[in-house]
Design a protein around this ligand. Structure first.
Ligand SMILES: [Zn+2]
Length: 416
């Protein structure tokens, strides 16, 4: 059966009909609609003869046994956020079905090929993303915290999982699934505006951004807005305002995709008749290069000290969360670029701002790469999320080429 990318587009629409409504996709993990999507997927693969299994973290695996046990994995997630888009996560799963069909119709593949539908990538119900992939990768180390999570109706995460035959205490046993993994491939919509702005259908993802998140607290002195002359003020908001503008310059100077965001400032006392006494500012900085990320943080801290001096206020940085950049495998990045050039003639290398299941798999030591397809208007996590059908078809063709190149590479030894 030759590859038929148009069929993928048709099946994505079928899935949208089956699991969406006028507000968008409703495939929230650990719900009935999600299970409906999972059994739909099982049915789609029935003709390929792929073995079906669900691991202890709830990830769904479809395996075409090859001459070698070493496996090329194609991964995605069929779960969505509430009122989500039709492509986020689902595109790769459904494109993977088409690749498996093509391979199943040929002679026994030289290596094993597996499609994985990760459980609860979005974390929409319990606020914990990458559930299934972090269990398989062994990076899930917050079992106690997970046990205490509840959804809006007060149902606990372990209880919700149990309804889908997943025991949180055994979830990490999913790690055995990656033992034979020799490569991991993930296609995803870009969820950003870069490829569209360059008028390119496809891009090769170099890795996922490292992130530094801080709470920056500025402390001045509350004083009467009428009686305090401008020269006598210790205005905490002035520091936050200067930093909010300075981080644009820091990102610009750093370049290579650097982004810095001041996502919010809470002022106290927060009344119209007082100078601001404390301003709590949220700062998010991201870069693909660890040393550049560290330098961006250093520059933000130095500038803050300078602003504090100028305004006669105090400043303090407190780290909320951080993650190191995750770089994808160079050889696979090369194959991905070849595949993109073969189907679309021009390619572009770009980092991923959002985290993906691929980041966890890569951190577990499996050579990994991601392929992005253009998102229209950069929108995602909304029913407005969309991609041109011709671009979706190109992405299926490119994923198939990438899978073929990767199978050849693993059969010839791969990364040992
Ligand atoms: Zn996704």
């Amino acid at each position: 059966m030759p590859l038929d990318p148009k069929r993928t587009v048709g099946e994505l629409k079928e899935l949208r009909e089956l699991t969406g409504n006028e507000d968008g996709a409703q495939r929230v993990a650990w719900t009935e609609t999600w299970e409906r999507a999972r059994s739909w997927l099982r049915d789609k693969l029935a003709t390929t003869g792929a073995e079906v299994a669900v691991d202890p973290a709830g990830n769904q695996w479809f395996t075409l046994r090859g001459s070698s046990e070493r496996a090329v994995l194609i991964g995605g997630h069929i779960d969505s956020v509430p009122n989500g888009g039709w492509l986020d996560g689902a595109l790769n799963v459904v494109a993977g079905v088409e690749v498996l069909r093509r391979i199943a119709a040929e002679e026994t593949p030289r290596v094993t090929v597996r499609l994985v539908n990760w459980a609860d990538e979005e974390g929409a119900r319990f606020g914990r993303s990458l559930f299934g992939s972090s269990a398989a990768a062994g990076s899930m180390r917050d079992q106690d915290e997970l046990r205490s999570l509840t959804d809006r109706d007060g149902i606990s995460l372990p209880d919700a999982l149990a309804l889908h035959d997943v025991d949180l205490d055994r979830a990490l046993k999913a790690q055995s699934e990656l033992e034979s993994a020799a490569a991991y491939l993930e296609l995803h919509i870009e969820q950003g505006p870069v490829l569209e702005s360059m008028d390119l259908p496809l891009g090769v993802v170099l890795g996922t951004f490292g992130v530094e998140r801080h709470r920056v607290t500025w402390r001045g002195q509350a004083a009467h807005a009428g009686s305090t002359p401008m020269t006598e003020r210790r205005d905490a908001l002035a520091g936050a305002a200067k930093l909010a503008l300075e981080i644009r310059e820091i990102a610009k100077r750093t370049g290579d995709g650097a982004v810095c965001t001041s996502g919010g400032v809470v002022c106290k006392p927060g009344i119209v008749t007082s100078v601001v006494e404390t301003a709590e500012q949220l700062l998010d900085q991201r870069h693909l290069d660890a040393s550049k990320l560290a330098s961006m943080l250093e520059q933000a801290k130095e500038a803050s000290k300078r602003f504090a001096g100028e305004e006669q206020i105090e400043v303090e940085f407190e780290r909320i969360w951080s993650i190191e950049p995750i770089l994808f495998d160079e050889t696979l990045v090369g194959f991905c670029e070849e595949a993109v050039l073969e189907v679309a003639e021009t390619s572009h290398r770009l980092p991923s701002g959002p985290l993906h299941d691929a980041a966890d798999v890569s951190r577990a030591g499996v050579p990994t790469v991601m392929l992005f397809v253009q998102s229209l208007r950069g929108l995602s996590h909304t029913k407005l999320e969309d991609t041109k059908e011709e671009h979706l078809e190109l992405s299926v063709a490119a994923l198939d080429r990438l899978a073929s190149k990767t199978i050849d590479w693993i059969a010839g030894g791969g990364r040992r």
